[in-house]
Design a protein around this ligand. Sequence first.
Ligand SMILES: Cc1cc2nc3c(=O)[nH]c(=O)nc-3n(C[C@H](O)[C@H](O)[C@H](O)COP(=O)(O)OP(=O)(O)OC[C@H]3O[C@@H](n4cnc5c(N)ncnc54)[C@H](O)[C@@H]3O)c2cc1C
Length: 552
Amino acid sequence: MGVTSSQIESVMTTDVLVLGGGIAGYRAAVAAREADCSVVLASLAHGASPYVIGANIPLGASDPADGPQVYFDDMVRGGYGLNDRRLVQAMAAQAVPSFRELDGLGVPFARENGRVLQRHLSGNTYPRSVFVPEGTGRVILDYLKARAKAIGVATCQGWKVISLLSDQGEVVGALLVKRHTGELLAIRARATVLAMGGIGRIYDDSTYPADIAADSYALAYDVGARLVDMEFVQFEPVVTVWPEECRGLEMPTAMLGDGARLINAKGERFMFRYNPEHGEKRIEKARMSLCIQQEIDEGRGFPDDTVLFDTTSVPRERLESYISHCKRLRAAGVDPTVEGPRVRPAAHSQMGGVHIDHHGWSGVPGLYACGEAAGGVHGASRLAGNGGSETIIFGAIAGRGAASGLLAPAARDWPRIERMAVDSLRAAGRTHGSAEPIEIKRAVRQLMARAAGLYRDATGLAAGIADADRLQAEVDAGLKVESTSESIAALEARNMLLIARLILRAALARTESRGAHQRRDHRQQDDSAWLKHLSYRRGPDGQPVQELVAIQ
Ligand SMILES: Cc1cc2nc3c(=O)[nH]c(=O)nc-3n(C[C@H](O)[C@H](O)[C@H](O)COP(=O)(O)OP(=O)(O)OC[C@H]3O[C@@H](n4cnc5c(N)ncnc54)[C@H](O)[C@@H]3O)c2cc1C
């Protein structure tokens, strides 16, 4: 589309630039500002954070036996031993102080007679999930935004980050665009915190909101950061496929505890085959996903590859207490007292991400990462409720890390630096190709569902890589792009494909089954060969370099 650096309409300068406006981003921005730095936060929308229903904090309010050490042990056990111990240690040690900081801001965590209420989520030894009845993620975000405003964090909302600014191996800011006008904004910074969330919708079925597009990983990779544990994608077990109007709606697993049942196309309550004593109850979400997928793969699902989430067996009063779910199903013409939705597992979160140290530093000067953008703390599987904890704990850690790690002031050739970033958008703007960006995105989603779903094997993964290579050739030849928003879509397609290819490679390389990575052709966990992280970074020729990283 022929943009040049002289077409950058605005330039801002700051000490710390935070990219992403979810909980991790706002928490990082507040921490950096409280450390006396000037801070700009730029984001498209609010990502997955508003959907968080709780965060694990080992307060011991429900059971005094809980504490940081038990929490540490739960994380390492739940992560199948693959967790980066430095990060787990930081998370366990900082959880209670992070909670106190939010409590101090006035976040109305649920309490009874002054005692904080804590729910019991799967994989946690004790009830330790703190929550806000009105919506945990949304309310925490509201308080952090108010705090950020009060202390002078500048915000740029509705901007899409398209590239990091890079100068001689240092990250010195970012280039942003307004989707509908093509207006460009360069933000120069002495430290940049990536908090742009997870993989987004790179699978056919996904619970991610539309503003997440795997950009955190792609942008970090482009400037030389290392990505770890990318093969570990977590699936939510019971996500609605039918009715179509509710597609992507997570059915609450708590409703299974209240009497809902999972039924296959033969009318069987199949969970008792996998979990003989308790059926749909007392089983980790990750295991439940595998059971449902096995049922579908072995031909006992409905024709749309689903099972029935039978809501009719839930006592009426209990059922109606799931107000928003009943409302959405009824709006789609399905009365849950008469008929339930059909569901299957859907991609929900990414355990891997940017390799960081316990200050949130990526190893690339000037670049920090936190929240779902970062990898390593969860190992091969994330404890339920730890997505929320990670955002509040590592958001603060990365914000402080960035504030204390500012690059020294330097004379820089800004026109050259910004021109290089603008070139990435211009490269995506070639118009002579035949494939449209939307077709590439659709093809990526389909191939990921086929090749890198809950169960994987060498044949499927190799076929997926071959399909991805063909798509890459189409992208390299230039896509059919006629507008700024299509240029941006082309960049998104390129980023989705890049990250999909790394997930496929990692999944093929890891010849064992561990946590969220299940190989049908390598069913055992193999600690002697695989108790280590797989990592990828961009090599000098632009191709990924695969390295094994020992557990620290
Ligand atoms: C439906 C759902 C329910 C969940 N429930 C829970 C739960 O109950 N408990 C739990 O622990 N975890 C849960 N998770 C996971 C949890 O929500 C995430 O791990 C966590 O919110 C990630 O927070 P974050 O701040 O790192 O990123 P996000 O909240 O995803 O925020 C990312 C930010 O980056 C912005 N962004 C992305 N790309 C760009 C770009 N190119 N340019 C500009 N801005 C960009 C987005 O607009 C957004 O502001 C859930 C996830 C989903 C999808």
